[in-house]
Design a protein around this ligand. Structure first.
Ligand SMILES: Nc1ncnc2c1ncn2[C@@H]1O[C@H](COP(=O)(O)OP(=O)(O)OP(=O)(O)O)[C@@H](O)[C@H]1O
Length: 536
């Protein structure tokens, strides 16, 4: 996390400068208060008035610099969080599909909301406050030394004892913060899951069961939050008690100095002001130390997450520089491939197939025989146990960017909450005419107009029918000029009319290699395909 602090070092410098100046004024105010009192007791009106005016001016200056400090502090925290969020999102979005799916959406959301918020409050927010207190403590300690070195030494020894409390329970604080963060992650994963399954919850009338599960999960999370807060409060309470005790000891010593004639009334007044200036910040300092200690594991996890994702960033991925981005000219050949998810269990055994350029293929087979897995192997999601995948006689290697020549359309049609235009063009510079042509190709005449391209698609494409969503996804794939188009179960969840429309659209695609994975494809249309591959 120190990276973000370094990036905003000028703001931090500004914070330190305004802090030092406002703290100097705060200390001067204490001395001036003593002077005003002493001159008032001596009945010296002119000096009393002069020092009173000076006192008011210094108070105003202290307030002005304090405002400057608060202003910069807010900017510092916001800038750090902005950069942290950007790094988080970048490290997530550039991951490989397999790496991304190793975590649940809830995990990502919890990290993005809860963990980032905690880091903002307990780390970026605490650092300026920690500096504020530290600078105040240093300046006030120096001033106390100037007033009386014996009192200064006793004050510092006694008032700094509460600072050791957080260090004594460091492990407990960190564990409790981490447990809380993990509980939030689990809770959000479950909530996102319930939101996605809203329809099924209604359909099976299991609202009560889900609510009970929610209550349990919510209670567990809040129990962890409470435990975390209680631990912090106990540590805070001990620190405050010790601090007050120390305060009264130092106060008594200053009172003794007055009684034995070593301090004037003004000196006593100044000393009390100084001790006040020290005691409250030191209590706060112990809380900030507590915060910084407890947030450490969350910061560590966040840094690890970002670092892990950084390996996939274009600028850091060495292989990107020599990534093969060419098309194939003749064929893609799967040669004797074997693969299994578990060791010793083979899902695909010694399978071979050739996909020739610009031909139509249907891959069929019973449910669960490994059709989607075969496609995922082609997309390099998993490593083969045995066999090879060749492109024009050359091995498909780690460095081959298959997304450059393959477009995949999955069974679940996914559309972004955006305009139809952006959902079709995928944010590239496609002309409206091309978009309209693609819509016509997939028989979506209803939307094939300039006005309709501006139509907003709601979350999950809820304002479209299942068949329409599928056809928009196919049109989007057609617009992407890749040599290979793969359709994984394009006919799933469609009625006969829509099935036939989509089959026709896929069979009419020319000058592309089309691979259709389906166990529902109409047998009457087999003659329009170049090859039918049956997987056992
Ligand atoms: N990520 C995974 N981890 C472990 N097992 C998996 C994974 N993905 C799929 N499987 C298993 O591999 C088998 C084949 O799944 P796959 O999706 O390839 O079948 P399919 O032929 O496409 O089935 P369908 O026609 O029903 O879509 C299934 O038994 C499934 O449980």
């Amino acid at each position: 996390m120190s990276k973000y602090i370094k990036k905003n070092k000028f703001l931090l410098f500004g914070i330190i400068v305004t802090l030092v100046i406002s703290s100097i004024f705060a200390v001067m105010v204490q001395f001036l208060k003593g002077d005003v009192l002493d001159y008032a007791l001596l009945r010296n009106d002119t000096k009393t008035l002069m020092y009173a005016i000076l006192l008011v001016s210094f108070i105003l200056l202290e307030i002005a610099f304090q405002f400057g400090y608060d202003y910069l502090r807010a900017h510092f925290s916001i800038r750090c969080v902005k950069e942290l969020r950007e790094d988080f999102f970048r490290s997530m979005i550039y991951r490989t599909y397999m790496n991304f799916t190793s975590k649940s959406n809830g995990d990502y959301i919890a990290k993005y909301t809860n963990d980032v918020d905690m880091i903002q409050t307990l780390y970026f927010g605490t650092i300026p406050l920690f500096l504020e207190i530290l600078i105040k403590v240093i300046l006030v300690s120096i001033s106390l030394f100037l007033l009386d070195w014996r009192l200064a030494i006793v004050t510092l020894i006694l008032l700094t004892t509460p600072l050791y409390i957080p260090k004594l329970i460091e492990k407990k604080l960190q564990n409790s913060q981490k447990e809380y963060s993990e509980a939030v992650e689990q809770h959000l994963s479950r909530v996102t899951d319930w939101l996605s399954g809203f329809e099924i919850i209604k359909n099976y009338s299991i609202e009560h069961k889900i609510f009970t599960a929610f209550q349990k999960s919510n209670e567990y999370t809040l129990h962890k939050a409470l435990h975390n807060k209680q631990l912090n409060y106990v540590a805070g309470l001990i620190s405050t008690l010790i601090s007050y005790l120390s305060y009264f000891i130092v106060l008594s010593i200053a009172a003794v100095f007055v009684l034995i004639g070593e301090f004037t009334a003004g000196d006593f007044f100044v000393a009390i002001g100084m001790i006040d200036q020290l005691s409250y910040p030191l209590i706060a300092l112990s809380q900030f130390i507590q915060d910084l200690i407890s947030i450490k594991p969350i910061c560590y996890d966040m840094a690890k997450f970002i670092e892990e994702g950084a390996a996939y960033l274009p600028e850091n991925k060495a292989s990107y520089q020599h990534m093969v981005t060419n098309d194939f000219n003749h064929s893609i050949y799967l040669s004797n491939i074997t693969f299994g998810f578990q060791e010793g269990e083979e899902l695909i055994h010694n399978f071979s197939a050739e996909f020739k350029k610009n031909q139509h293929y249907l891959i069929k087979g019973r449910s669960g025989c490994g059709k989607t897995t075969l496609i995922n192997l082609l997309l390099k999601y998993y490593s083969l146990t045995e066999g090879t995948i060749m492109m024009d006689g050359e091995l498909l290697t780690e460095d081959t960017n298959v997304y450059d020549f393959i477009t995949i359309v999955r069974q679940e049609a996914f559309l972004f909450m955006d305009t139809l235009r952006n959902n079709l063009s995928m944010y590239t510079n496609c002309s409206d005419d091309d978009l309209i042509l693609a819509l016509k190709e997939v028989n979506l005449m209803k939307y094939a107009s300039k006005e309709c391209l501006d139509m907003l698609i709601s979350e999950g494409g809820n304002n479209l029918s299942g068949g329409e969503k599928k056809r928009i996804c196919i049109a989007r794939a057609l617009l992407r000029n890749t040599n290979v188009l793969i359709f994984d179960e394009p006919l799933a969840n469609l009625d006969m009319e829509n099935m036939l429309i989509i089959e026709d659209v896929l069979l009419k695609i020319s000058d592309r290699t089309v691979i259709i994975v389906s166990h529902q494809f109409t047998e009457n249309n087999y003659t329009r395909l170049d090859h039918v591959i049956t997987m056992n």
